[in-house]
Design a protein around this ligand. Structure first.
Ligand SMILES: [Zn+2]
Length: 244
C-alpha cells in the first residue's frame, strides 16, 4: 500500500509540473531539460518502489501451500519415519531419508497442536508426512483397500502435503498406548472400536481432540491419521526431498 501511495503522489506531482510549464507558455530549452531529467528521476523512483514491493513479499512471506521441512520450524517433534526403514507393511525402505515434508500451513497447524500437547508433558511422534504419489502406487498394489490406503488415481492427502500419521510420547519418550501399532490394517485401528481399556480410549481421544482443535480431521479407520481441513483440495505432488 505504501508503494502505491508513493507512486500516485509522484504521478500527480509530475502532472502539475507539466501543466505549470505549458500554461506559462514558456518553452525554453532549460524547461525541456528539466522535464527530461525529472522524467528520469520519476522512472528511477517508480522502478525502485516496485522492486521493493516485490522483494518484500518474496522475502517475508511463504505461501501456505509451499512445501517445507518440519524440522526447520520446530525441534520439538519425535521422528519414527517408518517408510525410511524396512519396518513397514511394504517391507521395504521406500524413502531415501527420514524427513517430514509438508505444506507450510500443515506445519503451522502441527506445531500449534504440539505446543498444546507439550503443556501436558507430551510430544507428537511422527510416522509419516508428505508421501510422493509413486510411493502411494506401491502401497495400493499391496493393500488395495480404500479403508487403509488411498487409491492413487484420486491421491491421498499425504500426496498433497496435508496429512500426517502420528502418535504421542510422554515426557520419558515412551509412546502412549494406542491399542494397535501404526499401520495395523484391522478394525481395532478404528476410532469406532471401543473394546480397549479406558486408558487407551482416553489416549486416542486426547490425540483426536487436540488435533481437531488445531484444524485437522480424523480418519475413522486409522487412529494415527490426520488431514488438515484446508489441505484436502491441494494438488497431488510427486517430488522427492533433499537428503544430507
Ligand atoms: Zn496416513
Amino acid at each position: 500500500m505504501q508503494e502505491t501511495t508513493l507512486l500516485l503522489n509522484v504521478f500527480y506531482l509530475y502532472i502539475y509540473m507539466i501543466q505549470d510549464i505549458f500554461t506559462m507558455k514558456i518553452y525554453s530549452s532549460s524547461q525541456f531539460r528539466f522535464l527530461f531529467f525529472f522524467s528520469i528521476i520519476l522512472f528511477a523512483t517508480t522502478t525502485k518502489a516496485q522492486n521493493e514491493a516485490y522483494s518484500t513479499v518474496y522475502n517475508n512471506e511463504i505461501a501456505d501451500t509451499t512445501f517445507v521441512n518440519l524440522k526447520d520450524y520446530s525441534k520439538d517433534f519425535i521422528y519414527d519415519m517408518k517408510y525410511a526403514t524396512e519396518d513397514n507393511f511394504l517391507k521395504a525402505k521406500v524413502y531415501d531419508c527420514a524427513e517430514c515434508v509438508l505444506r507450510y500451513k500443515t506445519v503451522k497447524a502441527l506445531v500449534a497442536a504440539n505446543k498444546e500437547f507439550m503443556k501436558n508433558g507430551c510430544k507428537i511422534k511422527i510416522y509419516d508426512c508428505y508421501r510422493p504419489l509413486s510411493i502411494q502406487k506401491k502401497m495400493w498394489e499391496i493393500v488395495s483397500n480404500p479403508e487403509y490406503v488411498a487409491d492413487p488415481k484420486k491421491g491421498s492427502i499425504h500426496n498433497r502435503g496435508g496429512a500426517v500419521d502420528i502418535s504421542l510420547v510422554n515426557a520419558d519418550g515412551v509412546e502412549l498406548e494406542m491399542g494397535t501399532n501404526f499401520d495395523f490394517f484391522g478394525i481395532q485401528a478404528s476410532h469406532n472400536y471401543k473394546k480397549f481399556p479406558v486408558s487407551v480410549l482416553a489416549n486416542r481421544k486426547y490425540l483426536k481432540t487436540v488435533m481437531i482443535k488445531n484444524g485437522f480431521n480424523s480418519f475413522d479407520s486409522e487412529w494415527w491419521h490426520y488431514n488438515l481441513k484446508t489441505g484436502l483440495k491441494d494438488k497431488v505432488s510427486n517430488q522427492t526431498w533433499k537428503c544430507d
